[in-house]
Write a protein of this length. Structure first.
Length: 203
């Protein structure tokens, strides 16, 4: 018997145990293949049960500094967003075993003529699990979703201009910097510049 998830897979595993056909769905640039972890990373859709784990990751000062997350964000707000996501919104989580170690959101823009575009937001990996390919696994999964299931032509995101490690990761997935928004966000007592980056898929 063929189960629904064989047609509509919502779990991707990067690493030694990854089924061949799921890896083949996305051709990774060489820079990212080097980052493939020795341990398998599973990416699945986020659910309400993930709110505690995600709140812990976002609240980590090493993570919050690089994102638009706010200190003292109520747990209940995150739980509500995970329980009732907006139409077209995809929240992904990366797991090692059963533990949630990272997340990435893919957001639909409320503009009918930008239906071919999605905004990526809040890519974070728990500090203890960084540099093991978790961020790359989340990017791989969202690009597979964009290219092979949603047929999108443009993915865009914003990143602090001094976040070299995130910019390296995005460049490895063919994102290019389109411009810099000067003094775009207030961060830890100072204004900070943010870059806008995009990946265009020629169809
Ligand atoms: C940015 C972040 C998501 C990357 O996730 P990660 O799991 O550590 O990244 P990966 O292990 O998948 O690395 C993939 C590639 O990203 C780049 N990269 C990741 N960490 C890097 C670092 N410390 N320095 C330079 N490049 C880095 C590299 O190109 C790397 O490939 P390589 O290992 O072959 O050099 C993670 O560091 C993080 O959560 N940082 C804090 C929050 C943040 O900055 N989010 C981005 C908001 S826009």
């Amino acid at each position: 018997m063929i189960r629904d998830e064989q047609f509509y897979p919502n779990r991707y595993t990067v690493g030694a145990q990854h089924p061949e056909q799921q890896i083949a769905a996305v051709a990774l640039p060489a820079t990212v293949q080097r980052a493939a972890p020795a341990i398998p990373v599973t990416v699945r859709h986020a659910g309400p049960e993930d709110y505690m784990a995600l709140h812990r990751i976002f609240a980590d000062p090493q993570v919050m500094y690089w994102t638009s997350a706010m200190p003292f964000t109520p747990l209940a707000r995150l739980r509500r967003q995970l329980t009732d996501p907006s139409e077209g919104h995809y929240g992904l989580v990366a797991c090692i075993g059963e533990a949630v170690v990272g997340t990435l959101a893919c957001i639909v823009l409320p503009i009918p003529r930008a239906r071919h575009t999605r905004h990526l937001s809040l890519l974070v990996v728990a500090p203890a699990w960084q540099r093991r390919g978790v961020g790359a696994a989340l990017m791989q999964a969202v690009i597979d979703l964009a290219d092979n299931w949603l047929n999108l032509a443009r993915l865009e995101l914003m990143v602090f201009s001094d976040n070299g490690r995130a910019i390296n990761l995005y460049r490895a997935f063919e994102f290019v910097t389109e411009g810099t928004h000067r003094r775009y966000a207030f961060r830890a007592g100072q204004y900070a510049d943010m870059d806008t980056m995009a990946r265009i898929r020629e169809v």
